[in-house]
Design a protein around this ligand. Sequence first.
Ligand SMILES: [Zn+2]
Length: 428
Amino acid sequence: MKPCADLIVTNISSLLTLSGPERPRSGVEMSNLGIIPNAAMAISGDTVIWTGPVQKLAGAVDRHSATLTIDAENHAVLPGFVECHTHLVFGGTREDEFARKIAGVPYMQIAAEGGGIKRTVRDTRAASEADLMETGLQRIREALRLGITAIEIKSGYGLNMETERKILTVARQLAEQTPATLVTTFLGAHEIPVDRSREEYLDEVCEKMIPFVAREKLAEFCDVFCEKGVFSLDESERVLTTGIHYGLKPKIHADQLTPGGGAELASRMHAVSADHLDYTGPAGMKALADAGVVGVLLPGAVFFLGLNRFPAARDMIAANVPIALSTDFNPGSCMSLNIHLMMTIACTRCRMTIPETLTAVTHNAACAIDRQNRLGSLVPGKQADFVILDCPSVETIPYHFGHNHVKHVFCKGRSIVENGIVLPFQTP
Ligand SMILES: [Zn+2]
């Protein structure tokens, strides 16, 4: 018996299925997008049930009286983008600091005057849950408009129990009120708060916050900013080990500003992902590849900070590190959710090919949030999160940069963005 479709998308110029192994993909695997030319796709409920050449559709799939057919108008279709590293819930913004930085004021001076991350912590502590919900909803609408259908959200601008809890609670509410798939990460170890000693704060993170976050099921992952002057390797290991003990899967901000052994630590801890990696050398790359840890590159942060050391993506791909790409959306180093622009920067500054960037924002990004069983590809059994572009070729995305080529977006088989406009959310 043929499966019966609720929704059929036909007349697709090029369907990027990202079919292939379900584990993180590395090396030449990153170039294989599982493209079906002149394709159609069938969906039942929230799940893809069939993909193939358009002329095989009638023989493969049945319709019922209410089956909806969408004509993709000979445009490209791809999985919804997976945004696997954001700090999306925070109070305040810092455009005045950006203006001062481009005028030549060093970050250290801005930070010494109470600016930078300290300021966002103050603003986030002062914000009400309702304020954070409102800006959070605006940001998720923006993400959906860009075709991003799954988003990881980290805490880390609270640096005390009350505000870390508030951020993760808001993220959980956003997950209930929006059609996007949201996953949450506890990043209490983002910085040392000004009102606590280092030892006191680390003890609080490990002895109070992590057990609380795990017990209340506020996060699925635990992250740490492993960096010279922030958290050392030993401290980072303590945080992640505690997280694992309480059932939180490890992630790590590693080797962003200095080569600190963060990639090797990620490998030892079997982290789901190691993120940034701007300074990771050959030993770190080998460690990540051997352990199958996804390397999440965040070149938008390097770009916005005006730095020149981009992650060595070509060496990583040659070393078989599976690569994902993300914005790092945050108020200090990347106030942009434009994942398309990150693809362009990855192409021009990290020398990634266009197919590699596409694997990095879909399947491998899904692996970086441990959702590859449902997200990041369009093969039977996967969640029907997909994007219909306004153009026949996906290469247009990084090429015609600064323009949003996303025309329609579907989450779980339901239309969410129509002709570039985000529809009002229906609570499920
Ligand atoms: Zn980050």
